[in-house]
Design a binder for this molecule. Sequence first.
Ligand code: SF4
Length: 218
Amino acid sequence: MSENLTELTDKIISCEACHLKEGRTQVVPGIYGPKSSLCFIGEAPGYYEDKEGVPFVGRSGKLLDKMLEGINLVKQRDLSILNIIKCRPTTEEGNNRTPNEKELRFCGERWLHKQLNFLSPKMIVTLGGVALKFFSPNTSVTKTAGKMINTDSNYQIFVMYHPAYILRNYNLMEEYNSQFESIKQVLNSKLVELSLSEKEQQKTPKQKGEQKSLTDFL
Ligand code: SF4
């Protein structure tokens, strides 16, 4: 019998395949939204994510929520949020640290690709340079932020800064706002590309007055 997403997630939660298990409180598998919608991907859990078992909480998570709300998107309802690495990388002193290339490849190739196979996202948004490097090792986040790029992995990636980077560089907030506006435009252009009548026939009709989000059209 083939594995489903719940079974895969159970395996991720009990994974002890690398040394990062030693610094974690718990594994952070991610939040799943609808299949074939958007998928935001960051690098790894930090202190608060490790405590709560959920990606993008704390200050950067709050900023991300606010930016998403600005384009009428809500985590889980409209999109998935995952990290490439599922366990918090820590320094010897117990602080957050950036994962190295080997750690990134090891966990990402073990679990993230399988999650993406199930979710089959129409569009992936990478948050920050580390997440981008996993999909496109030679691409610079500063040169491509706010743009769609093609990668060897067959995924189309929309490149964005990590919200933590924006909190440290608040002068980039205007640019960050326009990156989120670009996501909205890409979603709208996908809406135009689709045959809405065909798509609507596959959906359960919405109740009168119920609001549609952009990802209803993906
Ligand atoms: S970081 Fe990934 S590979 Fe390593 S123990 Fe955690 S889930 Fe397993």
